[in-house]
Design a protein around this ligand. Structure first.
Ligand SMILES: C[S@@+](CC[C@H](N)C(=O)[O-])C[C@H]1O[C@@H](n2cnc3c(N)ncnc32)[C@H](O)[C@@H]1O
Length: 355
């Protein structure tokens, strides 16, 4: 269990390390809570790897999304545009200490979770390239979470420059293009979309959905709004996400998908959760599939956190997402680095290079 001093340091680090521009509210709260042992100690209820400030913040956000804490909620940009007063710190402290039991229950049983639909803008250009090469695609998203990135064909995209792709949608994704990103002129045909996740989120379950929403940082109101819109779309026709392990269960799902079109496996911010050995096993599983059938793999991961993947790169910064396209054709594997992107898909820099 982390000591109070260690937790204090984690709050200070969170407040310091570059989050200010993306999360001014959480930065301010983290800086203030670092001096408040009664608050930081609540995190000791979590398993050690989850004793992180964002778990406390997500737990508080979860209660606010359930309608509690009107005074505090007024400081959350995604919940209100008119704060009732100018001090989020006092309202936060009062709320946390007044809801310690509910928060302890959440902190001890939940872990932070994401499903970032903006990452579909990382997948669409490679899907366009692949559709031009092989025709109809079948999408297998590994670490699919709630499966929202399987709904890519139901979203609309604005690449700037590059143009619009997809029919009008309540989920509209904007992506700045840097360099010559090959934006497809039309949505590629995807005949099947199957997700795989160790702990899938059921979009029909209000509690699970509320937790997923609570894990979005409230300063990023646009991310929050598009997540809510994507969940609404998903509820109308839920994505097919299977419970299973990336390594053990991949082959069966790819084989099933391949009945419908050329199988394209994707993963975004997933393989950093696998230990090094399991990451190598994942690559080996794909190599075995590729020896038996043509398959493609679009990797959108941070190479600094996913050592062992066939991603050509040199000493990348921790947070940069590199998009790599791996093809197996007639048993031969080729690797092509496509470029770098913002982790949430706000921009895509095209820098293709063959490995
Ligand atoms: C950070 S989330 C990313 C979700 C989604 N790919 C996205 O970009 O929004 C990581 C997901 O990977 C899943 N995951 C972690 N280890 C896994 C494994 N061994 N097999 C399958 N899924 C796994 C987690 O359950 C979680 O849903």
């Amino acid at each position: 269990m982390a000591t109070t001093e260690e937790l204090t340091r984690r709050f200070r680090d969170f407040a310091r390390t570059g989050t200010h521009s993306r999360a001014p509210l959480y930065s301010k709260l983290a800086a203030a809570m670092a001096d408040d042992p009664d608050v930081v100690r609540l995190l000791q209820a979590a398993p050690e790897p989850q004793q992180i400030p964002v778990l406390l913040f997500a737990s508080v956000h979860h209660l606010l999304l359930g309608g509690e804490g009107i005074r505090l909620a007024s400081h959350y940009p995604n919940l209100s545009s008119t704060p009732v007063d100018d001090d989020p710190v006092g309202a936060f402290r009062e709320f946390v200490l007044g809801h310690a039991d509910e928060l302890t229950e959440l902190i001890s049983t939940r872990h932070t979770q994401t499903n970032e639909v903006g990452r579909c803008a990382q997948f669409l250009p490679p899907f366009g390239l692949l559709a031009a090469e092989v025709g109809t695609l079948a999408h297998v998203d590994v670490g699919a979470s709630a499966g929202l990135n399987l709904l890519l064909p139901r979203y609309s995209f604005d690449f700037d420059p590059g143009g619009r792709v997809g029919r009008e949608s309540t989920v509209h994704l904007r992506c700045e293009t840097r360099g010559n990103v090959p934006v497809p002129t039309e949505m590629p045909h995807i005949a099947a979309s199957i997700g795989l996740d160790l702990m899938p989120i059921d979009v029909g379950d209000d509690e699970e959905v509320r937790w997923l929403e609570a894990c979005v940082w409230p300063d990023q109101a646009d991310r929050f709004a598009r997540l809510v819109a994507a969940i609404e779309l998903a509820r109308a026709a839920p994505p097919d996400v299977r419970r299973g392990d990336a390594v053990a269960d991949l082959a069966a799902i790819v084989e099933e998908a391949a009945i419908h079109g050329h199988p394209v496996v994707t993963n975004s911010w997933v393989l950093n959760y696998l230990p090094y050995g399991a990451r190598l096993d994942f690559v080996a599983a794909l190599d075995r599939i590729g020896a038996a059938m043509d398959v493609s793999w679009v990797i959108a991961e941070a190479p600094g956190q996913t050592v062992g993947l066939p991603v050509p790169t040199t000493d990348p910064p921790e947070e940069i997402t590199v998009v790599t396209l791996v093809r197996w054709r007639n048993g031969e594997r080729t690797v092509q680095r496509l470029g770098t992107t913002h982790p949430h898909g706000y921009w895509f820099r095209w820098e293709p290079a063959d490995a």
